[in-house]
Write a protein that binds this ligand. Structure first.
Ligand SMILES: *Cc1c(COP(=O)(O)O)cnc(C)c1O
Length: 408
């Protein structure tokens, strides 16, 4: 007989034991069991409050349960949630138009997860290469960067060089060429007449918030133009105000041909991703060639439109820029005092803990004990990405805790 023991569970430890027993072990979460959240704060099942310094890896740029996003979701829940793309609905076209206008692009392919947006970019770039550029069938290549993170599907891990993400998942999808991130010469040398696209993160989040050298993207743009290849920017983590601009690539004054968006696009409520860009490139897709049952559903589109309204005010971009300057000033002061290096842009930072200090995991655990939620990436790096709704006082409290733990 099935028993639903939920009401009888009292402690965080019991919930954690339940997860460990019944959910696959493909994550190593901190021992915090979240029950509620609002704005920049989450509360665990035992009533302890934490400051969220991770924001669901930028999926929660507008904080938890932003009232305007919740209102949009509730309004749409009262109307229609799913139609499939077998029919039109009254949110899709408006969402696509508003997203194209905000990003200065011409066409939108809505999907659900970030990985699906990247998969869509790979498919569209290949089809464009064969049909428009004239690459011989089956020969198209996509140039990617080492230490990239673009998602978890078999094709995407085919061009990852993270052994943990790849081991035992082969055989892999061919057609990818990897070059060192930030190295313009290597990128130029890798592009050939068979190159369909160059796919890059404007800032590599998972790798530790790695900002490439000035001019790297201007070079990438020029090489792509010279070779007739597409430049694809994966802005799933860096985009939508995280760095102080709608797109992180805006800082480089470079336009990509295609952008992948996700994470914050769904307001932390629904999975919502998109491939956006040039109409003549996205226009290669014909009926039946690509799709998703849930992609562009009315509920996600209504929430996405509310996200775009928030971004349209410019308030979150400004908050990221102003609070980000403060964040980087304060983290900079810790270099030589527990930190070896600080990188990032806007309200987004990767910090390397100095040798001899705690590991990233130990630091994350120390922060959790002090009521701040953060997560390591790699051994000695912390990724700091508070929601853009945080105020300076709370930001400072979190930074005080970071200053403490990295010196332990
Ligand atoms: C998170 C992420 C993805 C994958 O998104 P999912 O929604 O987890 O599939 C792809 N690219 C980048 C840069 C990301 O940060």
């Amino acid at each position: 007989m099935t028993t639903f023991a939920r009401d009888t569970i009292a402690s965080a430890a019991e919930f954690i034991a339940l997860d460990d027993r019944w959910s696959t072990h493909n994550y190593h979460p901190l021992p915090v069991v979240v029950a509620e959240a609002e704005g920049a704060f989450v509360t665990d099942v035992e009533g302890k409050r934490y400051l969220d310094f991770l924001s669901g890896y930028s999926a929660l740029n507008f904080g938890h349960r932003h009232p305007e996003l919740i209102a949009a979701a509730q309004e749409q829940l009262g109307r229609v949630t799913l139609t499939s793309r077998a029919f039109h609905h009254d949110q899709l076209g408006l969402f696509c138009q508003e997203l194209a206008e905000l990003t200065g692009t011409e066409m939108v392919l809505p999907m659900n997860s970030g990985a699906e947006a990247v998969e869509s970019a790979v498919k569209v770039a290949r089809k464009w290469a064969y049909q428009v550029k004239g690459v011989p069938d089956g020969m198209a290549e996509i140039v990617v960067a080492g230490s990239n993170f673009h998602g978890r599907t078999t094709t995407i891990v085919s061009f990852s060089n993270d052994e943990t993400a790849r081991a035992d998942f082969g055989p892999f999808t061919p057609g990818f060429v990897t070059v060192k991130y930030g190295d313009s010469d290597a990128l130029r040398d890798a592009i050939t007449e068979r190159t369909a696209a160059v796919l890059l993160e404007p800032i590599q989040g998972e790798a530790g918030v790695i900002v490439p050298p000035d001019g790297y993207f201007a070079d990438a743009r020029r090489f792509c133009d010279e070779a007739g290849a597409l430049l694809i920017a994966d802005e799933i983590q860096s985009g939508l105000a995280r760095t102080g601009t709608v797109l992180a690539l805006d800082h480089e004054r470079v336009r990509a041909d295609l952008y992948t968006l996700g994470k914050a696009l769904g307001g932390g409520i629904m999975p919502l991703s998109a491939l956006v860009g040039r109409g003549d490139v996205l226009g290669v897709l014909r009926p039946g060639e690509h799709g998703s049952t849930f992609g562009g559903n009315p509920l996600a589109c209504a929430i996405g439109r509310a996200v775009l309204r928030l971004l349209g005010t410019g308030e979150f971009q400004q908050r990221s820029a102003a609070l980000g300057a403060h964040l980087h000033d304060r983290l900079g002061e810790l270099v030589g005092h527990g930190l070896a290096e600080v990188r990032g842009r806007g309200l987004w930072a990767g910090v390397d803990i100095a040798p001899g200090g705690p590991t990233g995991r130990q630091a994350s655990e120390g922060l959790a004990r002090r009521g701040v939620l953060c997560k390591e990436t790699h051994d000695n790096t912390l990724r700091i990405a508070p929601p853009l709704v945080i105020d300076q006082e709370d930001l400072d409290r979190g930074l005080d805790a970071i200053a403490e733990v990295v010196r332990l």
